[in-house]
Structure formats: C-alpha cells, structure tokens
Write a protein that binds this ligand. Structure first.
Ligand SMILES: *Cc1c(COP(=O)(O)O)cnc(C)c1O
Length: 471
C-alpha cells in the first residue's frame, strides 16, 4: 500500500477508516448497453466522449461539473426559491454564505464559472497585458485572451512531470514569476491568476506557504492576486493532510485563511459547491466590484441573480455550508484516492500523487507508440468507453488547442485522460468496476491505434471535435 491510501493514511494519523457521511434516499437506475451498441454510439459521437448521449453511458466520469448529488436540505431549499426579479431573499443568503466561508466582501452571482471569468477578465485586463498563472485552464485562458491578454504559465516544473511525488504540485514558481515581472513590468500584469487545486495538472494543490509568499511578492510590486476557487475546498483538504501546522485546523478555517491572501475569486459552483448550476465572482476592491456589477447586467442578468433562479441560489448557499464540512471532504477526496490506489497497485501509469477530483491516466505511458498528433488521450477515452461504457475526458493536445499566433497544435507535456468523480454520486463498487476496465484497456494497449481529427471547431475544440480511426 502506498502513501496515497486514505485508509492507511488515516491510521497513520491515528484515525479510523472513513465512510460517506450520508445514506441514500433516492436512486437513479443505470445500465450498460451491449458492446455492439457502444461501438455504434462511439462512431456516431466521432470518438469524442463529449458527443455521446448520457443514456448510452454506464458510469459517467466525464466531469465533476454540475454532476453532484444534492442533499435533502438542498432539495428542500429548492422549494424556498424567491423568484423576485430584484432583491431575492436567496441572493442575500448566498452573499452571506460566501462572505462567511470565503471571506470576500462583494459578491456578483453568475450563471456558472465562465460567466465570472468573463467579468473579471473584461474588468481588469487591457489589450497587450500579461496574466501569469499556475497552469492554464481552458475557459479561464480563453477569456483572458478574448480580453486581449496573454496567459503565461508560472507553475513549478514538477507539475509537468506526472511521476513527481511533490505534495504541492500546484505551487507557483516565484522565480519564474519574478523573471516575468522583470521582463514585462509590473504595470503590464493586471493580476496573478491563481488556481487551487490545479485542474489541468491533475487536481494538484497549492500550499499555504506558497500563497503567503506569492502575496508578499505581489505586494512588493503592487500586483493583485485573484483565485480560481472552483476546487479550493479540496485544496484545503490537502493542506490539512500534508502541510505542517494544519492537521488540527478545520477545512473551513484553512479555506478562509487561504482566501485572505487573495483579492477576490471566481467560482464554478458546479464543482466544490455541490450544485448542478451556478457560479459567482467575489472581490474585495470596491472599484472592481463596481465594474463587475455593472457588466453582469449586460452579460448575465441583474446583479441579484446573475443568471440563476432564486431556488438555485438557495441550493448553492446550502451547498457551500455542506461543502466545507470535514467529513464530507474527507470522504469525497478519499473515494478518488481509493480508485487511484487500486490503479497504482496494478502499476497503471497515472499522475502521482492522486489529486482531489479525478484520476488522470497518463496516455503517453499507455501508448508510447502513438504520437501526440494522433491524440493518445482521446484514443484512450474512446477505448475505455468501448470496453465498459465508462465515460472519461481528453486532457491533452486536443484540449490544449492551437497557438493563436502560429496556428499549430499546442503540445502540452501532459497527455492525460481524466476519470472525474462526481461528488456523492457513485459507490466504492462503481470504483472497482472502473478500475477493472482501465486495467483491461491497459492490457490491450499494444494493439491500440491512434485517431485522426476530421472536424475541428474554432473555440474550445475538445468539446465538439470529431475523430476517426486511422486507416
Ligand atoms: C469548470 C472550471 C471553470 C469554468 O467553470 P464553468 O462552471 O464550467 O463555466 C473554471 N475553472 C476551473 C478550474 C474549472 O474546473
């Protein structure tokens, strides 16, 4: 058993095994269609798992976005929607929850995370400016580029190495950031775009020491720090587990301390916050708030609903409270670690250490014979679906898109296929089935051939691109 095992990790800290802090009250039947049916579904979807129909999927690990199971309290909250156009009571409840648990002053609700990214990018970035960050995220970088900015990756080198056991692979490399400041000038950096955890690096966390040092460096140069807080609760769990001095602090306290080193945050509430739709922007500075609150009425909706129904805001406020409970986070991340542990024991190449929301299969390790321009991660996602109806997602050259200047593919160091675990949805038995299917696909790796892209959309191509088998 390796250091990742949540059970042995628990014993090491003198604790017993975790179990889900809930019991099941309602079920949604699922079933696996036949292999022939899966084959034709895959053809119809152009080998892109985003284009499969949900009814043809058995265990859906496409994403943890908006796929959480809500609690009975949240469903009760749905019935308490105040659907007034302006000043809904649910908005004030949401505002208070964000202020209480994240600690920011001003709140702007949005329909989901990218709505908030749009607002903050447009409010702060001037054409020609540079936005440093700890690895790109697809929608985040696109909004920064659409606002005229250029994203520059300043994450530590270990993040690009799937085998590095560094406990905080999401950390910002402060030397890289300092070098960038020296090169472009602090006045050309509107803010540092910090994400906790780092999705594209495999759900890897940022340490408290790193954000504190980042804050100091940025203070010296008068640069603001904004946080992609989408999975910051999970990041807080890793700080509690791995960083000295935090083992006895509750997740909620760690979350609030971390956020206190930043000037604001954007949030896809569809992740950590346990709702099926929603997002928010939260900022401390009055001037940024004024801009964002003004723009939200153009792009999202009035500043007291921002694209959400009153009932959505109520479920979100309750979701925030539930999301920071230690038992919840421990079981959520524990389930991801459980799957990672099975695959690690079977020596299947995955990103180590296992992150908070997903297992990232190292497609280069599966298919060293498939070059990156034949899409190894896409190939792996298709093979997994064909084997067992398990749906995963490409996170490699397709997701990285093309360089806007040269028009060539961007070839990321990491070529990954993501098995993303929805919160409070699947059981340990589902994880066993998934692990066995990954093993079967791994065992057949040498017979597997790559793909060619036959349709490529202009923006965020991974969502809608189509592929075919190589002749
Ligand atoms: C999902 C996600 C977003 C975008 O949020 P949406 O709700 O999908 O629009 C931004 N950042 C990260 C890290 C995400 O995972």
């Amino acid at each position: 058993m390796t250091a990742n095992n949540p059970q042995t990790m628990g014993q090491q800290f003198g604790r017993r095994s975790w179990a889900e802090p809930w019991k099941i009250k309602m079920v949604e039947p699922i079933h696996m269609i036949s292999r022939d049916e899966r084959k034709s579904a895959l053809d119809e979807a152009g080998f892109n798992t985003f284009l499969l129909r949900s009814k043809d999927v058995y265990i859906d690990l496409l994403t943890d976005s908006g796929t959480s199971a809500m609690s009975d309290r949240q469903w009760a909250g749905i019935m308490m929607g105040d659907e007034a156009y302006a000043g809904s009571r649910n908005f004030y409840r949401l505002e208070e929850a964000i202020q209480t648990y994240y600690g920011y002053r001003h709140i702007v609700p949005t329909h989901q995370g990218r709505g908030a990214e749009h607002l903050i990018s447009k409010a702060l970035i001037k054409p020609g400016q540079t936005i440093p960050g700890n690895m790109y995220f697809t929608t985040t970088r696109l909004h920064q580029e659409l606002a005229g900015g250029t994203f520059v990756d300043v994450i530590i080198d270990e993040a690009h190495d799937p085998a590095s056991p560094h406990p905080f692979k999401g950390n910002v490399d402060l030397d890289k950031l300092q070098a960038l400041i020296d090169k472009v000038g602090a006045q050309n950096i509107p803010y540092v775009s910090l994400a906790g955890t780092v999705n594209m690096a495999g759900g890897q966390p940022v340490s408290m020491a790193n954000v504190r040092a980042l804050r100091e460096l940025c203070n010296k140069h008068g640069i603001r720090v904004y946080l992609d807080a989408t999975r910051m609760v999970e990041n807080s769990y890793f700080i509690q587990e791995r960083e000295e001095g935090y083992a006895d602090k509750p997740i909620a306290a760690i979350l609030k301390e971390f956020c206190s080193y930043t000037d604001g945050a954007w949030m896809s509430a569809k992740k950590d916050n346990l709702v099926n739709i929603g997002g928010w922007l939260a900022v401390n500075h009055e001037d940024v708030f004024d801009l964002a609150r003004n723009m939200v009425v153009v792009y999202e909706g009035l500043h007291t609903y921002g694209g959400m129904a009153g009932r959505d805001m109520e479920a979100l406020a309750i979701g925030i409270e539930e999301s920071v409970e230690d038992d919840h986070v421990r079981a959520r991340v524990g389930q991801v670690l459980y799957l990672g542990e099975l695959l690690t024991d079977w020596e299947i190449p995955i990103v180590q250490p296992v992150g908070g929301h997903a297992i990232f299969l190292d497609a280069k390790g599966f298919y060293p014979h498939i070059p990156q321009n034949q899409f190894p991660s896409q190939t792996l996602a298709a093979a997994l679906y064909l084997d067992s109806g398990v749906r995963s997602m490409e996170r490699g050259v397709v997701s990285a898109g093309r360089d806007p200047k040269t028009g060539d593919h961007r070839y990321p160091a990491l070529e990954l296929t993501r098995l993303t675990i929805p919160r409070r949805v699947y059981t340990q038995a589902h994880m066993d089935v998934v692990a066995e299917s990954v093993k079967a696909v791994y065992d057949a790796r040498e017979q597997t051939r790559g793909l060619k892209m036959v349709y490529e959309p202009q923006y965020l191509r991974f969502f809608q691109a189509r592929f075919a088998e190589l002749d």
